[in-house]
Design a protein around this ligand. Sequence first.
Ligand SMILES: *[C@@H]1O[C@H](CO)[C@@H](O)[C@H](O)[C@H]1NC(C)=O
Ligand SMILES: *[C@@H]1O[C@H](CO)[C@@H](O)[C@H](O)[C@H]1NC(C)=O
Ligand SMILES: *[C@@H]1O[C@H](CO)[C@@H](O)[C@H](O)[C@H]1NC(C)=O
Ligand SMILES: *[C@@H]1O[C@H](CO)[C@@H](O)[C@H](O)[C@H]1NC(C)=O
Ligand SMILES: *[C@@H]1O[C@H](CO)[C@@H](O)[C@H](O)[C@H]1NC(C)=O
Ligand SMILES: *[C@@H]1O[C@H](CO)[C@@H](O)[C@H](O)[C@H]1NC(C)=O
Ligand SMILES: *[C@@H]1O[C@H](CO)[C@@H](O)[C@H](O)[C@H]1NC(C)=O
Ligand SMILES: *[C@@H]1O[C@H](CO)[C@@H](O)[C@H](O)[C@H]1NC(C)=O
Ligand SMILES: *[C@@H]1O[C@H](CO)[C@@H](O)[C@H](O)[C@H]1NC(C)=O
Ligand SMILES: *[C@@H]1O[C@H](CO)[C@@H](O)[C@H](O)[C@H]1NC(C)=O
Length: 550
Amino acid sequence: MYLSILFSFFLCLASAQSASFDAREATIESVHNSIFNGNISCRDVALSFLSRIEVLNNRTNAIISLDPTALATADRLDALLSSSNATGSLFCIPVLLKDNYNTASTPTTAGNLALGQSRPSADAPVVAALKNAGAIILGKANLHELALEGLSVSSLGGQTFNPYDSTRTPGGSSGGSGAAVAASFSVFATGTDTVNSLRSPPSANSLFSIRPTRGLITRRGIVPISYTQDVVGPIARTIKDVAAALNVMASVGFDAEDNATALIPPSSKGVDYTESIGSESLSGLRFGLLTSFFNRTSSSENDPVNDAMDKTVARLRAEGATIVPINETIFNVTAIAVNDVQRLEYREAMDAYLSSPSLGGQHPSHLSELYSTNSSGKGGRFLVIPGQYEYVNTALISSTSNATYSSTLSKIQDLKQAVADSFTRNNLTALLYPEQRNLVVKIGSPSQAGRNGILAALTGSPVVTVPIGFSPPTNDAPIGVPIGMEIFGRPWEESKLLGIGWEMEKLFQIRKPPIWAEEVVEVTEFSQEKLEAFKPNRGNIPGVYSLGTL
Ligand SMILES: *[C@@H]1O[C@H](CO)[C@@H](O)[C@H](O)[C@H]1NC(C)=O
Ligand SMILES: *[C@@H]1O[C@H](CO)[C@@H](O)[C@H](O)[C@H]1NC(C)=O
Ligand SMILES: *[C@@H]1O[C@H](CO)[C@@H](O)[C@H](O)[C@H]1NC(C)=O
Ligand SMILES: *[C@@H]1O[C@H](CO)[C@@H](O)[C@H](O)[C@H]1NC(C)=O
Ligand SMILES: *[C@@H]1O[C@H](CO)[C@@H](O)[C@H](O)[C@H]1NC(C)=O
Ligand SMILES: *[C@@H]1O[C@H](CO)[C@@H](O)[C@H](O)[C@H]1NC(C)=O
Ligand SMILES: *[C@@H]1O[C@H](CO)[C@@H](O)[C@H](O)[C@H]1NC(C)=O
Ligand SMILES: *[C@@H]1O[C@H](CO)[C@@H](O)[C@H](O)[C@H]1NC(C)=O
Ligand SMILES: *[C@@H]1O[C@H](CO)[C@@H](O)[C@H](O)[C@H]1NC(C)=O
Ligand SMILES: *[C@@H]1O[C@H](CO)[C@@H](O)[C@H](O)[C@H]1NC(C)=O
């Protein structure tokens, strides 16, 4: 008692003297504590994150651009603070956006050189909602170019490195967002997910995320891939922050320009997802374990994942949860992936995005132009990875008029039905499986192999991803490579999944920052020029890839 009073006294003394904010592992709650009770200004908070980006970004190359309005926003929030008018659930919370979210203040590049000057005239509705809730947009994060793979390398942003092991990728496609949040470059970041992209980066960076039910959040103003599969959502260091970010991103609700939002049921309108925190108990829950979503062949890449999952299952059982092994043949990732419809939807969606009158700045007006190398000055402006050629070439000649489109959509309906049947017959709350059957792949790999995201991508079901362990430490990975698990639920059960995710966060206590991210970075001022001049500082691509000639 006496000691703790003494300790708090010294803490107060320290903060009164330095008035600096410690951004490391900061949460929405810790930022709010500092600005409302700790004599820290919103500008101090923003600068503490910007200073970390300035000094540490070269360890991971996660950031593409800083937002020129970031500090002006912080100052405006400080004025509200001093006139006791601070409102908004994300008041003064620094956020990074995956660079496929439209913003009026910075180009929206999707990591592609041909889109380096592409200037949306308005923020995406989700970005506007974050700002209205008081968030400070610090800048944009690198991604796998155009969000088309999971390696997080792009012609404009170069390669993002895994902060826990610089010989590995950070997962993807939202890999810049994942690496940035792992390194405390912001409190949370946004991502998008067409197959795996909101789950693979949290899995590879010891973070939490939600892939919301398709339709919960409008996708307007976000560089598209697939009408059927795209969703958007947050990545954070705690489940509480995922829930708080989801509240704001989902607050846009119905958007006539994204008709998937018409599916939102009345029961999901105006839900406060933070209320689910602490409302669940693991005891008595029934989880289906997808036994076919593992690679049980022993290898140094698979064993750590299998060990972490086996330990997790044992811990859940010890808490009183029932684990039901699910062996049904429908849960076959290879067979499910055949019904991926991206290639059939991509060209139409991108043509609509690129030809929108509200998209300003120099940019290709169609997908074929983005990928053309024969018109003057446009050559070599996209990344070529062996294998992606085939994807793009097929997308360029495919459309929703292809004969296979409607039959594939009907197979997706069958899959949704089969998954619902399994939930009901086995009386399940959620399905569990590793996000990736092996550790996140090395830099220079041809693809992010072994991921299990396709089930939620096609069914549109919600998934919460949680950290469950690390591989054994090595020279390259001093505290090991992070491993994550998906908690897959029925449509619109975000609250339940977040409640379960929080119980698991508390029980497992896995998350650790990367070693270099524990460095205390001296907070320095940022001039407007410095904000605007920011460049990715290791913006190179590994030699095994090249810039395009198609
Ligand atoms: C609050 O911070 C300001 C500026 O950092 C400093 O001048 C002032 O003394 C601090 N006040 C208290 C009560 O710590
Ligand atoms: C990052 O920059 C710092 C200071 O400029 C330098 O000391 C360090 O070696 C750089 N790290 C990498 C990985 O390039
Ligand atoms: C703060 O709110 C008061 C009334 O509640 C209003 O008069 C004042 O203009 C506001 N100040 C700012 C900076 O918005
Ligand atoms: C929903 O929107 C998509 C994409 O804009 C469009 O292709 C489709 O026709 C719309 N569906 C209905 C029923 O309006
Ligand atoms: C289904 O599981 C729940 C716990 O999640 C339990 O309360 C209920 O009794 C079970 N129902 C059946 C029919 O087994
Ligand atoms: C399973 O892992 C082994 C060993 O790493 C690998 O050779 C094999 O390709 C993997 N199988 C699948 C289906 O990913
Ligand atoms: C799945 O297989 C395991 C053994 O591999 C068995 O113990 C379990 O009962 C099976 N589950 C179902 C639902 O059939
Ligand atoms: C999964 O599906 C693939 C492709 O249809 C098939 O080759 C494979 O045998 C299936 N695996 C199992 C375990 O049924
Ligand atoms: C340039 O590429 C487009 C396809 O992107 C093709 O239709 C056209 O024929 C090409 N032109 C020349 C001169 O090669
Ligand atoms: C769509 O149809 C075109 C033209 O018939 C064909 O070349 C292409 O491969 C088809 N796409 C897919 C994904 O089947």
